[in-house]
Ligand binder design. Sequence first.
Ligand code: ATP
Length: 356
Amino acid sequence: MGEHRIAAIPGDGIGPEVLDAGLKALAVLEEREPGFKLHVETFPWGSDHYRRHGRMMPDDGIERLRAFDAIYFGAVGDPGIPDHVTLWGLRLAICQGFDQYANVRPARLLPGIAGPLRDRVSGDVDWVVVRENTEGEYAGAGGRVHGGLPGEVGVDVAVFTRAGVERIMAFAFELARTRPRKLLTVVTKSNAQRHGMVMWDQIFEEMKGDYADVATDKMLVDAMTTRMVLKPETLDVIVATNLHGDILSDLAAALSGSLGIAPTANLNPGRDAPSMFEPIHGAAFDITGKGVANPIGALWTAVMMLEHLGEAGPAARLMAAIEAVTGAGDVLPADLGGSATTAEVTDAVCSRLVGG
Ligand code: ATP
């Protein structure tokens, strides 16, 4: 049990609504856990900041965050500002600035949640997608020339380095080792992309001997989508590139019930800079301000943040409270088939924390 400094960045859309829910649950945990204390500082960065100052966060934003133990992030995006501006100006700037190379996305059918896969029960979908988070297709390498002319060209270059691939695979192998099934599946597209993706496959082959206790297999990304839907129980930990991991983890979230429940950790595993924790969903403007956003993604995200901070007890208690609420099934938000508001779901989780 200890004290931790948290930077909260609520951001745009439903980000502030769901982060409020998470911070409320964390405050309840603090009250009932002697010695566990969070010092939370909130940073009003995002699209409003961009409209006022021409940038998503101040120039010294990264330096101001560096002193924190973790960053708790809501969402960014704005209908009036191009996505690449909002994304690169804040979220990706933090991920890259702090070398948060492991994007970890658990997906699990929680108790009481039916999910879109017929006859599947809790346990059939229990995966962790490990997404490379600093290079690959989202490295930002490329360019545009001959703007506006008929011959205009836009090029995005996927950048894979041996060091980058080795470190994400080592992380995924280590994670697989801690799970009951100890299975790691590597996802590539090495039949069609014959350079970087083939290097991924090769490095995976080279490294698996060092993790003899972990079972391995490999899939092409297109076939992987089918396997996730038709044979979800055959998967455990999945390691993939930035683009593939992005897509597969959205699918994973949907298969586990809703985009509204899924959490993400952007980890700097060496801990030489803060890691960032955020729900996987975006700003969700269609429901912003209505008070109906599902807070479970942000609450589960808080669980991941607590685990990273070494607070296993409070983390387990918060996860148990979430699962008790989904399992009871009488206070569920609209995206999970219920009619409860964000506040009602949050209160239900908090009262399990107090009572449990
Ligand atoms: P991004 O590009 O930032 O990931 P997006 O536009 O792809 O965002 P979201 O903003 O995540 O997608 O929203 C996709 C859909 O899921 C929307 O219909 C939204 O209302 C719904 N949704 C997302 N998050 C939640 C939530 N927490 N609760 C309920 N519905 C949600």
